[in-house]
Structure formats: structure tokens, C-alpha cells
Design a binder for this molecule. Structure first.
Ligand code: ZN
Length: 211
């Protein structure tokens, strides 16, 4: 019952993401933990037209248990889950503004975007850049694993964001916040910007801990 609901939630979220142009063609993949393993969108699937019954179900070694052949990027999701036991969902998109930031020269690879808004800090925090690897290179899984221990949100160089959350809704909120912030950052290029100050950041941190 719970798994049926999750399957439908993945398809509904995929449709919403696709319709708003947050990923294109057959790019992007969505996953969620379920009883006995995890669900992932199949390879070559368009997020706008997912079928709840044909989602891939995998075990914790990445083996397909049922459904269609999983996304070729399943290793990104598996590495996030293996390193982040408390996270229940992972979303990876080729969202245009985030990809644009991932190819910009001269950013701090440990902290790509400035603290423009409180929501960015609350939902993303610090965003590291994972070095570029060609599609299918096993090195990418290991690199992602290394970052995933400390970060729920990563930006793959010349590729796109990967974000984990406690639930599908939380992961979606976070990756959408990242895409919106990347868009803001690009809009503000060449203009004088007033990011949050260290005192404002410290205050946010304090409120969090209390909240
Ligand atoms: Zn990708």
C-alpha cells in the first residue's frame, strides 16, 4: 500500500518537474526508499510520462528486483543512500541554471553559490562541485560517495545537481531551491550584490538549532 503511494508520488513529481522545464528530454531521475529496497525511474524515461507500475525496484546492491531497466545513473542514487542512511529520496536533474553554474569558471568548488537568501541556506547550505567524469565512468560513483558523507546536495561539474532529502517532497523542495538560486545568481552577474552577512548566517544557524 505504502509502495503504491510512493510509486504514484514519484510519477506525479516527475510530471510536475518536466512540465515546469526543470529537466528536459529523457534526462533526470527520481528515487525513493521503500520496503525491501528502493524505487527508481527507468532508463530512457521521460519524467513527464512515467508509469507507476514500471518503475524499477532495486535492492541495496543495485540489483534490479522488478520493473523496467533502471536509469544508467542509478549509481548516483545508490551512493547517496549508502552514505546517508536517514535520507528517503534522491533527485537528479539536468536543470538549466544549475548546469550553467556547474560550468562557470572561477567559483569556489567547496561552496559554489553565495548565501543570497535564507531559504537557500536552510534547504541547501553549502554546495560542493563534484569533478567532471564522462558518462559511465565508475570514478563518478566513488567521487559522489566521498561528498555524500558530508553533503545532501551536490553539483556534478558540466552535468547537473543531485539532492537527497528525508522524503520526496523535501528532496524536491531542496533541488528546486537550488535551481532557483542558480537562476538568481546568473541574473545578478555583473551587478553589485548584498549576500547575507556572517551575523545573519549565524543567526539562521541558531534559529535552526532551536527549531
Ligand atoms: Zn545526469
Amino acid at each position: 500500500m505504502e509502495e503504491m503511494r510512493l510509486r504514484e508520488e514519484i510519477c506525479e513529481l516527475g510530471r510536475s518537474i518536466f512540465q515546469r522545464g526543470l529537466t528536459h528530454g529523457s534526462t533526470g531521475n527520481i528515487s525513493a526508499r521503500c520496503a525491501g529496497g528502493w524505487l527508481l525511474t527507468p532508463t530512457g524515461s521521460n519524467l513527464g510520462r512515467l508509469d507507476p507500475a514500471s518503475l524499477s525496484k532495486l535492492d541495496w546492491s543495485g540489483r534490479l528486483l522488478s520493473g523496467d531497466t533502471p536509469s544508467k545513473e542509478s549509481f548516483l542514487h545508490l551512493a547517496m543512500y549508502q552514505e546517508r542512511q536517514r535520507n528517503g529520496a534522491v533527485i537528479h536533474l539536468h536543470a538549466t541554471h544549475s548546469v550553467a553554474v556547474s560550468v562557470l569558471e572561477g567559483l569556489d568548488p567547496n561552496d559554489l553559490l553565495p548565501p543570497l537568501t535564507a531559504y537557500y541556506i536552510m534547504r541547501i547550505g553549502r554546495l560542493p562541485l563534484v569533478p567532471y567524469y564522462a558518462p559511465g565512468d565508475a570514478g563518478l560513483a566513488e567521487a559522489v560517495r566521498g561528498y555524500a558523507r558530508r553533503h545532501h546536495a551536490l553539483l556534478l561539474a558540466n552535468h547537473g545537481p543531485v539532492v537527497a532529502g528525508s522524503s520526496l517532497a523535501a528532496a524536491a523542495d531542496a533541488i528546486e531551491e537550488l535551481e532557483a538560486t542558480a537562476k538568481l545568481y546568473l541574473l545578478l552577474q555583473g551587478q553589485r550584490v548584498r549576500p547575507l552577512t556572517p551575523a545573519q548566517l549565524a543567526d539562521l544557524k541558531r534559529r535552526y538549532r532551536e527549531g
